[in-house]
Design a protein around this ligand. Sequence first.
Ligand code: NAD
Ligand code: ZN
Length: 361
Amino acid sequence: NQVMIETVNKTYPVIIGEGAVNAIASFVDEMKQKPTRLFIIADESVRTIHGARLESALPKGIPADWHNVPAGELAKSFSVFEQCLTRMLECALDRHSLVVAFGGGACGDLAGFCAATYMRGIPFIQVPTTILAHDSAVGGKTAVNHPLGKNMIGAFHQPEAVMYDTLFLHSLSEKETRSGFAEVIKHALIADVDLYHDIRVNVNAVTDIASSFLEHSLKRGIEIKGTIVKEDEFETGVRAHLNFGHTYGHAIESLSGYGNVAHGEAIACGMIFALYASASKNGLSFDISSFASWLKGLGYPVESGTAFSFDDIYDVMTRDKKAFGGTVRFVLLNEIGHPYVTDMTKEELQKIDEQFRKEAV
Ligand code: NAD
Ligand code: ZN
């Protein structure tokens, strides 16, 4: 089961399914330039749970060095980045060595950035282990955080391949599963109304999604992301549509102190907000209340937006890089599957915020 991602300089496979990690050895064997060494950058908790499976899937006969990084977002710091590069130099990696990213989006972003910058760029493979990473492992955005801003220091660097083994997903916590699944819902809303309806029918609890359906919807999500990346690899246009739900969502994520409300949980609130805005600005016909109560039933903390005043939320949204003048840049929908970018004024936003508090919660 695979999806091909086409970019300007490279076309690469995303291999998805139970046991997909076992495709690494043959993929590496068939690389035109055989890697001189492997360097596995692993989220330390993921390695504890699943390291043995990756280890036994690696090609034999190529020296492999492992390097653990802190679990989750802590991996995306300058000091961890520097430690990785130090180990890479000590292990004498050269231009033909291959970095393997093993973990969720955080580890993938860090490892990708290490690969992008070591000797001005060496190849890497993504072995994502979260639901969210169906999004982050595809498309070539890599980054670390700066104390002044998340993902502010990074590079575009596409992987050679993505091995997305869905067996890794069984050990995710309910919160991580819920968070990641919000991005699947996002992909459906911006590009595939049928997928959206299928998700509504098939998903009644995030911990109880049939594995065949989960795999199907992750694959569709990857195809959708791939189509957008092909059209706009460097985000000068339609790639911004992937920010659906993210303007308001980021504000809630940030105000609630990163981590309390997980990224995707905040994005779920942001999608509700953007749907109200779409209905008010261009008459989107969509049952937003039913969508919001379905999300609540899945455990998304829809009420988290109401913990903050509109002024605080607006302040954070205007600080976001999407803001121009007093207006805030939003991705809205003309209809499900048809996103566009527009600027919203403070007055418009305040009205939507009132509606959100009255109707969604
Ligand atoms: P994450 O990588 O922070 O992992 C979350 C937690 O889950 C961590 O504690 C991790 O140890 C644990 N974990 C990972 N896999 C597990 C597994 N299989 N079983 C049990 N525990 C597991 O979270 P994430 O949601 O995957 O990624 C979030 C990051 O992705 C953010 O830094 C965000 O900026 C980035 N991101 C990047 C892109 C992109 O295009 N590059 C897109 C979206 C998000
Ligand atoms: Zn997101």
